[in-house]
Design a protein around this ligand. Structure first.
Ligand code: ADP
Length: 360
């Protein structure tokens, strides 16, 4: 019986679509070995994919089984997350492989709700995750994640992040009183945020999700310029007015050369808590329209759902509160798609060199 051709298999697997990234697997298929009709495929996804690992393996197996002479297939699926390039040669943060910034063109669209649930969803998919609440004039992560108490510090004055539902978390809201932060002008606010960012002792994070202040003013622009961001996400509601704000947010990131991984449409439909009926009260397809217009991916849509808002407002975001519920599954799908898109970007080659001291 003929042996399957290794090169033909490798080419076919590399051309196979990865539904999470929306592009072919490409180099994620690291190697294919063929021996006596047994095929072993080595895959390194580069993003966390616990929720779809089995279906990805089946997808790969079924393609291989379509080749003549295949008796058995094994797939080794790795999800090692590597550090990706950041804008303008900025120095990566210690203890953080990738910063993902979550932005919105204006307040009230659910940016903080999405940031909290997205961070938890990345963790549920298998990554090590932290969240930094940089929403200086209205920090909501302490409430959303149920953070309490003051963070500890180390001997050399590094701040220890708090822990919430299995992720590391830090917020300007647990360091200073909201009244104090409210009176900070732009430069003071950005300096305080940068200090919080660099002084927190993050512990070996694959992703640090940053909940940016809403809008596209000076503070946001300065942060987008100075924080070493690997990728950003823009949250919107479907209305036309909100879409204008998205265009501004996308333009801001493009200006500072931070890749936008995609758009997330929040409150896209209303789900009636009595009868479960779904209605597009703010219009339909706004996120899809902006995605088409800007060439960005629409990573997912989330309904206006009283339970989603309520659980997040009392410190138990949906992904932690009801891990198998519809909202959690939607957030996990969005998390995978965002991470899969980031995985396709250039790696960060700014390797930190060890210090060499010469003694005689
Ligand atoms: P932003 O950070 O954009 O200002 P928030 O995340 O603080 O917005 O959300 C504003 C309010 O809307 C919060 O009370 C939140 O619980 C609620 N909310 C956000 N998204 C949803 C949703 N999909 N369904 C129901 N309520 C939501």
């Amino acid at each position: 019986m003929s042996q399957p051709n290794r090169d033909a298999l490798l080419d076919a697997l590399r051309a196979l679509d990865d539904p999470e990234s929306g592009a072919p697997f490409g180099d994620a298929i690291r190697a294919v070995a063929v021996r006596d009709g047994k095929v072993a495929v080595d895959v390194e996804l580069g993003y966390p994919a616990r929720g779809v690992a089995d279906s990805l393996v089946r997808r790969i197996e079924s393609l291989v089984r379509g080749f003549d002479g295949v008796d058995a297939v094994t797939v080794d699926l790795g999800s090692r997350i590597r550090a990706h390039a950041v804008q303008g040669g900025l120095k990566p943060l210690d203890g953080v492989r990738n910063v993902i910034a979550v932005a919105s063109g204006k307040g009230g669209v659910g940016k903080s709700t999405v940031a909290a649930n997205l961070a938890l969803a990345l963790a549920a998919e298998g990554a090590r995750v932290g969240i930094l609440d940089a929403d200086i004039y209205g920090p909501s992560q302490p409430r959303m994640l149920g953070l309490s108490g003051k963070p500890g510090t180390t001997e050399n004055r590094r701040i220890l992040p708090l822990q919430a539902h299995g992720i590391q978390a830090m917020s300007i809201g647990v360091l200073v009183s909201v009244d104090q932060a409210m009176i900070w002008r732009g430069p003071m606010a950005t300096q305080a945020l940068q200090q919080m960012l660099s002084e927190t002792l993050w512990d070996d994070l694959d992703y640090l999700v940053i909940d940016l202040p809403p809008g596209t003013g000076d503070v946001q622009l300065t942060l987008a310029q100075r924080i070493p961001v690997a990728g950003s996400l823009v949250v919107t509601t479907p209305q036309d007015v909100a879409l204008d704000d998205v265009r501004r947010a996308v333009a801001m990131f493009r200006k500072v050369k931070v890749p936008v991984l995609g758009v997330i449409e929040n409150m896209s439909t209303h789900v009636c808590s009595n009868c479960g009926a779904e209605e597009p009260i703010f219009g339909r397809g706004g996120g899809a329209r902006i995605a088409e217009e800007t060439g960005l991916a629409l990573l997912g849509e989330l309904p206006l759902d009283a339970a989603l808002g309520r659980s997040t407002d009392v410190g138990r975001p949906s992904v932690a509160d009801d891990p198998d519920g519809d909202a959690a599954l939607r957030f996990r799908a969005i998390a995978r798609r965002a991470a899969a898109r980031l995985a396709r970007q250039d790696l960060n080659t700014a390797i930190r060199m060890p210090k060499i001291s010469i003694t005689d």
